[in-house]
Design a protein around this ligand. Structure first.
Ligand SMILES: N[C@@H](CCC(=O)N[C@@H](CS)C(=O)NCC(=O)O)C(=O)O
Length: 322
């Protein structure tokens, strides 16, 4: 699935550009369709395929929702290799790695090939997660915040009643969830990348302070409420969205992204407890967390930040017991 067009500026993580002031702004997603009855993308078994990296916090949001909702038999998943190369995310035949898989649909070499198959003139980044539609041969959606809502309710008719009834974005909490999501996204989910990808001292210093101010705000929220969850007294998508960043914090962001004002384990008792309860008490969180993929991806793939590609051994353990 070769293309004659030079797409290296879209695929090569070492060619990533920051803004003129050295700051990093994030990646806009291009495919934003929803799976819904009566729509272009109808909920159907064996029609959709999920592509993810176990290393990626955005993609892992999708795998957590897939498992929480019991969608494993409705939506198969393929895991890419964590070792991104100049063509972006490779599948296992190009970059073998324990737990990485080949592309079952097209034997594609890279995720890039799927994007160019869906849209030959695509000019964006070749990101995961993405939902592929086998019927229309295109990408339905490549934005994790949409994908988790699609998984939350889009396939309910195909699920047993007890799974269909599970709602991680319930009507009565939506306003509060949206508001928490908004500042956690800017301050923390994106904040670690703004800190790690900054290319000037000024941009870095601003980003790291804002990141820790947002973490301080989460710490206070959890400590004040005494709840095990961010919103109300129930697990919602807000927890899923924050968890995938926080679980990577001590093993990766503290070192690789210089997010080192404090660690989660030593500096944030309430966040630390919230994270460990989700991880140790709920298989949807634990079974979708792979520290090998996580550490290898960041330390190996961003050669401009870590030119030796050495993957650090610690912290030991990657997550403390409850
Ligand atoms: N807004 C997207 C962001 C996805 C994203 O940035 N994924 C990263 C991996 S953690 C990626 O695939 N990067 C590839 C690239 O930038 O070339 C989402 O939430 O789904």
């Amino acid at each position: 699935m070769a293309t004659t067009r030079d797409t290296s500026s879209q695929s090569d993580p070492t060619k990533r550009k920051t803004e003129a002031d050295g700051s990093f702004k994030g990646v806009p997603s291009s495919f934003r369709n929803f799976v819904e009855k009566g729509g272009k993308f109808e909920p159907e078994k064996d029609r959709y395929h999920l592509y993810i990296s176990l290393s990626c916090p955005w993609a892992t949001r999708a795998t957590i929702l897939r498992k929480l909702k019991g969608l494993e038999s409705v939506i198969p998943v393929t895991v890419v290799s964590p070792k991104m190369d100049a063509q972006g995310w490779p599948f296992a035949q190009v970059s073998p790695f324990p737990g990485a898989e080949e592309d079952p649909l097209f034997k594609a070499e890279h995720v890039k090939d799927l994007y160019l198959k869906a849209e030959p003139n695509y000019t964006g980044r070749f990101t995961v997660p993405l939902i592929w539609d086998k019927k229309l041969q295109t990408i339905v959606n490549n934005e994790s915040s949409d994908i988790i809502r699609i998984f939350n309710s889009g396939f309910n008719d195909l699920l047993p009643p007890e799974k269909a009834a599970l709602d991680y974005y319930p009507k009565e909490l939506q306003a509060e969830i949206d508001s928490v999501n908004e500042w956690i996204f800017a301050g923390i989910n994106l904040g670690v990348y703004k800190t790690g990808f900054a290319t000037t001292q000024e941009a870095y210093s601003k980003a790291v302070v804002e990141l820790f101010e947002a973490l301080d705000r989460v710490e206070k929220l959890l400590a004040d409420s005494g709840s095990d969850y961010l919103v109300g007294d129930t697990l919602t998508e807000a927890d899923v969205r924050l968890f995938t960043t926080v679980i990577r914090f001590d093993p990766v962001y503290v070192g690789h992204f210089k997010c080192n004002i404090r660690t989660i384990r030593d500096g944030y008792p309430a966040i630390h407890k919230w994270m460990r309860k989700l991880y140790w008490n709920n298989a949807a969180f634990k079974d979708t967390t792979d520290f090998d993929h996580i550490k290898t991806n960041y330390y190996w793939s961003h050669a401009n930040i870590n030119p030796t590609r050495i993957v650090p051994v610690g912290p030991i353990p990657h997550i403390l017991p409850l």
